[in-house]
Design a protein around this ligand. Structure first.
Ligand code: PLP
Length: 432
């Protein structure tokens, strides 16, 4: 019997399985070109009023990137911003979501999904995830709709599209706005030409360091709708309008414009995306085949019509069956000791953060600004979202996309580590 690395045995994986982030001389040149141009910001180019009043048709890196990103995602408009959080905030503002409104969403996501809703003084209403896909369960949405519901903010968690057919049908029936939080889903496409961020009213993407395309920080807001495009453009640009002049402001906007540095880097990231998606898919399938025989481990169910998979988070569901009482947390610790870059992911749902649990104490005096006398008790969602709770507390494990840019030998080592931990389960300390 082998000895677990956790208990002093040798590690299965020594060192990173793949290089990340990926870049080459073309990226280096693109950055140097921006440097030497002296034009480091979006307003050095055309596409709206400029401080010097000049009108120009020049296109910088951001605008070129926006066009390329939109084309790759089958969407008409894309606007480069400074983060996914900003993209969400301007999306909600452009859709006129505000005080007194309720936004249906998922608790199984990064906090920005929820905090963006609060930032426009609307309230999140949480619907449970589907137990196998981990995306919002459309079958549970209608029961959460009230006369105050204005929008559904879906999250394509881990780069897998939600059931958008069902969600759009509900939205049409109840006249609701749909915002897609596609921050984890760049490049995710179903049916050949329906991409994340192209189906709802507005889509939002993040290029923060952990994402499949990264410029360190960054984001994009997308839409098919020309009127919403004008609004997104304006909210990003201090409330300006394209036909106005520099110091003319029509809306209470913000400044979250992407820089030329980010645009230059992201063009390279986008160029590599399809090949990286394909490599991850192949490695994912190989990994799935190798761990199939291990009891108590399931991979989440993927969208049945996915034609380009993003796989930004590779999710294993640890059911515990056949593991003789080992808890998910101890399983993950044993794998980490073997050198597997794995985590428990979201250890609690958005609504279980102190932000929401203490909202009466910290923000109670501002409840009127949200159109309510008193904030709801967000603890209620722990009972209303049992599958979200299970994923957080005892089931989910996350591996990030870069691990799956490895080669066949890397996938072999990964699967060996899982098999070893299962074989040696009796040695795993029970701490949880
Ligand atoms: C689902 C989700 N929404 C929103 C965000 C916010 O993006 P950013 O970190 O770029 O602000 C992230 C990423 O961190 C995310 O994963």
């Amino acid at each position: 019997m082998q000895k677990l690395a956790l208990n002093g045995g040798s590690k299965t994986i020594d060192g990173p399985l793949a290089k990340w982030p990926v870049f080459d001389e073309q990226d280096e040149k693109a950055l140097l070109d921006v440097l030497h141009s002296g034009k480091w910001w979006l307003y050095a180019y055309g596409g709206g009023p400029r401080p010097d009043g000049r009108v120009t048709d020049d296109m910088g890196q951001v605008e070129r990137f926006e066009r390329e990103f939109a084309a790759a995602h089958y969407v008409k408009h894309a606007f480069g911003v400074t983060s996914g959080t900003d993209a969400l905030e301007i999306a909600l503002r452009a859709c006129d979501i505000g005080p007194g409104d309720e936004v249906i969403t998922t608790g199984y996501t990064f906090i920005a999904t929820s905090s963006a809703i609060l930032s426009v003084c609307a309230l999140p209403v949480y619907v449970d995830i589907h137990p196998e896909t981990y995306n919002i369960d459309p079958a549970r949405i209608e029961e959460a709709i009230t006369p105050k519901t204005r929008a559904i903010l879906v999250v394509h968690f881990g780069g897998e599209l939600c059931d958008m057919d069902a969600i759009m049908a509900i939205a049409r029936k109840h006249n609701l706005v749909v915002i897609e939080d596609a921050c984890q889903a760049a490049g995710a496409i179903i049916r050949g030409n329906q991409a994340a961020g192209s189906i709802g009213d507005v889509g939002t993407f993040s290029f923060q360091a952990s994402k499949v395309m990264s410029s360190g920080e960054g984001g994009v807001a997308t839409t098919q709708n020309d009127a919403l495009a004008e609004k997104l453009w304006g909210y990003r640009n201090c409330g300006r309008i394209k036909t106005g002049v520099w110091y003319e402001h029509h809306a209470s906007g913000t400044n979250c414009r992407m820089t030329e540095w980010q645009g230059a880097i992201l063009r390279g990231q986008l160029r590599r995306l399809p090949a990286q998606c394909e490599l991850r898919r192949q490695n994912y399938e190989a990994f799935a085949a190798k761990i199939r025989g291990i009891p108590g481990l399931k991979l989440r169910t993927l969208h049945p019509e996915g034609t380009q998979r993003c796989l930004s988070v590779i999710v294993t569901r640890f059911t515990g069956e056949g593991w003789d009482g080992v808890h998910r947390n101890d399983f993950v610790k044993a794998l980490q000791a073997e050198g597997v870059p794995i985590s428990i992911g979201y250890g609690w749902a958005n609504y279980m953060n102190p932000l929401f649990l203490n909202i009466q104490q910290t923000m109670g005096h501002r409840a009127f600004a949200f159109g309510v006398d008193k904030f709801p008790d967000f603890r209620q969602y722990a009972e209303r979202c049992p599958y979200t709770e299970r994923a957080c507390n005892s089931e989910a494990t996350f591996m990030l996309h870069d691990v799956f840019l490895t080669d066949a030998a890397g996938i072999g080592k990964l699967a060996d580590a899982f098999a070893k931990v299962y074989e040696c389960r009796a040695q795993i300390p029970r701490t949880s």
